[in-house]
Design a binder for this molecule. Structure first.
Ligand SMILES: Cc1cc2nc3c(=O)[nH]c(=O)nc-3n(C[C@H](O)[C@H](O)[C@H](O)COP(=O)(O)O)c2cc1C
Length: 360
């Protein structure tokens, strides 16, 4: 069996196309539409409460009987540093002042890492989604074993060969090779490690040659020609995020959709200013200010995100979206406004992947 058909068989899907999990943007409607169209829909639950995660999974199950993927964040907890946080808040003061909003007295670690969230781990074991994927690292080995014993297929993001080797050693079923073009957070296990910033093409080629796991290509893939190129390199499937953000089924608000659909090439930036971890998004006033000469060190993820979210919340109440985290990859200029099922069939057609007649 080729790695391509092996992966499709493992995931229980018809086409080698995955809608990326996107915390805050993916929805049950989006994931179900992609799964019903024969791809793999995903829910990004890295920032969700246990109750919200349960609701989203149950809702998705009502909309599809096909497999879908649940994604969680396995980051190391933030190292709290009162001086760094105070200096960062002081740097952001003019932006808060501009919104007539007091600067927060202190920041919070707004999400608990999945690795320290027993209730979320138990929820996944109880609901047993067909697929679970990990970003920012790996969960503890005993949990991976329990998931596998429950029949769940696992995926994890790698931005380097070293991370892919760790994923393989952990017994994960397939690796998501996330290139530097990707929208959203880089899945680096350690955000302070040296980053070789490999392109999707370079990383996919490397992992196809050096790893035994099926490789899923992610980053800058926007159309059928991109998909063809990745499959020709030996990728077993592709994972697209930015291409799905503008779909009507996503949770992106109107301001995000408009910026996305009117973005030019070169309008994205890899920055840690918004959240505390490197992530690619559409350039805005927050990033400009956060990266200005002499700006202080950004607090750890997700403590820095608390500041950005509070500022954006205050600004958004006045219809200002200059400080939002509008994650997008370098292919953003080629984003299209299509319903998810229509986008999947357009992508497959462009890639020359034969689509079975009738409803999948
Ligand atoms: C809006 C947005 C949110 C994202 N959130 C997540 C997430 O919650 N978990 C995750 O593993 N990857 C997340 N990613 C990264 C994707 O998994 C994937 O690597 C990326 O979208 C691929 O690049 P592309 O956006 O150019 O298609 C996100 C990407 C975007 C655009």
């Amino acid at each position: 069996m080729s790695s391509h058909s092996e992966l499709l068989h493992l995931l229980g899907i018809r086409y080698p196309l995955i809608q990326a999990p996107m915390a805050g943007v993916s929805t049950p409607e989006l994931a179900a539409a992609v799964s019903n169209a024969g791809g793999l829909g995903s829910l990004g639950l890295g920032a969700s409460s246990v109750a919200d995660a349960r609701r989203q999974m149950e809702q998705t199950r009502q909309l599809t009987d096909k497999p879908f993927n649940i994604n969680v964040f396995c980051h190391a907890p933030a190292r709290r540093d009162a001086e760094v946080e105070a200096a960062w808040l002081q740097h952001l003061q003019p932006l808060f002042d501009g919104q007539g909003e007091p600067v927060p007295a202190q920041l919070e670690e707004i999400y608990t890492s999945f690795n320290h969230n027993d209730a979320m781990q138990e929820l996944l074991l109880e609901l047993r989604p067909a697929v679970v994927s990990f970003h920012f690292g790996l969960p503890p080995a005993p949990f991976v074993e329990r998931l596998h014993r429950a029949g769940v297929i696992t995926l994890a993001s790698a931005t380097s060969l070293e991370e892919a080797c760790a994923i393989e050693a952990a017994g994960i079923h397939a690796v998501v090779a996330q290139g530097i073009e990707a929208g959203g957070h880089r899945g680096m296990f350690d955000p302070d490690a040296q980053d070789s910033q490999l392109t999707t093409t370079a990383l996919v080629s490397l992992l196809v040659n050096e790893c035994r796991l099926p490789v899923i290509a992610a980053g800058g893939i926007m159309d059928g020609a991109d998909i063809q190129a990745m499959l020709a390199l030996g990728a077993a499937a592709v994972q697209l995020g930015t291409a799905f953000v503008a779909c009507p089924e996503s949770a992106a608000n109107e301001a995000y959709r408009q910026r996305l659909l009117h973005a030019g090439a070169g309008d994205t930036r890899l920055t840690r200013t918004l959240s505390g971890r490197p992530a690619r998004g559409l350039l805005n006033r927050f990033i400009d200010h956060g990266e200005a000469a002499g700006a202080p060190v950004v607090p750890d993820y997700p403590v820095a995100y608390d500041a950005a979210k509070r500022l954006h919340g205050a600004a958004a109440r006045q219809a200002c979206h200059d400080f939002a985290a509008h994650w997008a990859g370098t292919g953003v200029q080629r984003a299209r406004l299509l319903p998810a099922a229509g986008l999947v069939s357009r992508l497959l057609k462009e890639a020359g992947i034969q689509v079975a007649d009738g409803v999948y």
